[in-house]
Design a protein around this ligand. Structure first.
Ligand code: UT7
Length: 340
């Protein structure tokens, strides 16, 4: 069947380079069997996760972010001093303030850049790309570094089998830049939120609503609480709806997509979206088996792996999709950079 010609997008914002970092320590399902009442078979069939990476005790989120950032800046061909903007999407920052982004800014030597954190949980990387893209499109800034970084192991209750098996640590990053005379780049984006459902996935304690206290520590409300099945349903519905709307807006057919890079939370969620949107199996990037759910880091890590594995050719059409606490969700279409 002939593929219909696809609409060309006017996209002056390019991804110049990507990077990622995952900690060395591997925590397997077999390791978890020794920690909580669970088993490899349950975890694999319900989630697709086989192992995840866990940061060292002395590694904070900014340390993971910095490694991913260095890789992305190297790949971009720019120097750190050329960055104007640094955004770090995270829900496990080093501390309340200063922001994790300012710590990265200092360590990276990005003297010219302003820096701030962005909180949109697992949707953070796409939120970050869209915010940075609009800053660049304003004409005031030239180059931005967007990082998704998480030390989820620091906000998990390691005795709660319903959550501790899901998450992992890591960071993914992209340098984006305004380039007037080039083809390809970032295309249509849709972001959304429904704060009425925030209670279904949250860390209720340890903030200003319920400051850290002996009570908070005893009830462990400073760790992740999740209504798994509810989150699952909303994740599938939101990401499917976003994907279909974006394809319509761009006038792209599902078969035009060379790659879909969804937030990596659960293999069954990825499969549900894939079949509803109508994308072939080999067009959906999956690494949830290796890293589990790294929240805001997952799409950046996956994008970088796809790039470094040679999975993207100039002109390839790509869709990023995310869903997370808030609830928040987002989708972004892009055309992989073509030679100018
Ligand atoms: O990144 C942000 C978005 N987050 C997500 O997208 C996560 C979305 N939710 C999910 O991925 C899934 O809901 C989970 C993987 C969290 C859970 O899978 P499920 O198929 O929804 O399982 P369930 O919660 O319905 O639990 C089924 C059973 C329960 O036992 P009973 O009540 O049927 O006897 C649980 O107690 O599985 C039990 N169970 C476990 N068993 C072994 C829950 N966790 C475990 C475990 N090992 N780790």
């Amino acid at each position: 069947m002939p593929v219909k010609p696809t609409k060309d997008l006017d996209m002056p914002i390019q991804i110049l380079g990507t990077g990622s970092y995952t900690p060395e320590k591997v925590l397997t399902n077999q390791d978890l069997e020794k920690m909580v009442e669970t088993n490899d078979e349950w975890i694999t069939t319900r989630t697709g996760i086989r192992e995840r990476r866990i940061a060292a005790e002395d590694q904070a989120t900014s340390d993971l972010a910095l490694e991913a950032a260095k890789n992305a800046v190297d790949a971009s061909g720019l120097g750190a001093e050329e960055l104007d903007v640094i955004l770090v999407a995270t829900c496990s920052p080093d501390m309340f303030f200063p922001s994790t982004a300012t710590i990265v800014q200092d360590q990276l030597g990005a003297k010219k850049a302003f820096a701030m954190d962005l909180s949109a949980a697992c949707s953070g990387f796409i939120y970050g790309l869209e915010v940075a893209r609009n800053l660049l499109e304003s004409g005031r800034y030239q180059n931005a570094l967007v990082i998704g970084a998480e030390k989820m192991s620091s906000v998990i209750d390691w005795e709660d089998r319903t959550t501790c098996i899901l998450f992992g640590d890591g960071a993914g990053a992209a340098v984006i830049s305004r380039e007037e005379n080039s083809s390809g780049g970032l295309g249509p984006c849709e972001l959304g939120a429904n704060g009425a459902l925030g209670h279904l996935l949250c860390i209720p304690g340890g903030g200003s609503r319920k400051p850290l206290s002996e009570e908070v520590l005893a009830e462990k409300s400073h760790t992740i609480e999740m209504a798994g099945q509810e989150v699952f349903k909303h994740a599938v519905t939101s990401m499917t709806r976003t994907a279909k709307r974006l394809l319509k807006e761009a006038e792209w057919a599902p078969e035009d997509l060379a790659l879909v890079i969804p937030h990596q939370a659960n293999q069954r969620i990825l499969e549900a979206i894939r079949s509803r949107v109508g994308v072939e199996k080999d067009r959906v990037f999956v690494n949830v088996d290796k890293y589990g759910n790294t929240s805001a880091a997952s799409i950046g890590i996956a994008l970088d792996e796809a790039v470094r594995q040679g999975g993207l050719k100039p002109g390839d059409k790509v869709m990023l999709l995310a869903f997370g606490a808030g609830f928040t969700w987002g989708g972004l279409l892009l055309e992989w950079r073509s030679p100018v």
